[in-house]
Design a protein around this ligand. Structure first.
Ligand SMILES: [Zn+2]
Length: 152
């Protein structure tokens, strides 16, 4: 349903002025939301295109480098082991100057492992005295958790 125009509003008794205002306001809000979503989609698409282009360039560079190194090695004009050692050292140096990768946990296992180090103190409510007590100091009775101070 489109916006309600001035003439439609004037000629149609079924639409009160107030209703028309509300409908038009809702229409504007929907328009705004749609254009915001569109802008976000456009940004995401741009980023994807850039990442794809970079991935393609990396493939080109890697191929060129591989061919170059292989040709150099085959031509026997240089010491293969020396080249390898130099490459390794240079790559190590270059990697050191790269921005650090985020240091958070990278897998669910790591998250679990880090959680085990710090015991979580779960509190339970004793069914008898209604006190909040550490779960480790409760006994599970038929009716629920009960603290040590409340003998069954
Ligand atoms: Zn208790």
């Amino acid at each position: 349903m489109g916006k309600i125009g001035f003439w439609q509003l004037l000629l149609d008794d079924r639409v009160s002025h107030w209703e028309a205002q509300s409908i038009n306001a809702a229409h504007d809000a929907a328009d705004h939301a749609a254009s915001t979503a569109e802008a976000a989609q456009f940004k995401a698409h741009n980023t994807e295109t850039r990442v794809n282009n970079m991935a393609r360039e990396i493939v080109f560079l890697r191929t060129a480098l591989t061919v170059l190194v292989k040709t150099l090695k085959d031509s026997k004009v240089l010491d293969e082991r020396l080249l390898d050692a130099r490459l390794e050292a240079a790559i190590e140096e270059a990697t050191a100057s790269l921005p650090k990768l985020p240091t958070g946990p990278v897998s669910m296992n790591e998250v679990l492992a880090s959680k085990q180090g710090t015991p979580v103190s779960v509190k339970l409510t004793c069914i008898r005295c209604r006190n909040q007590v550490p779960a480790s100091s409760t006994l599970m009775s038929q009716d629920g958790p009960m603290c040590e101070r409340c003998p069954a």
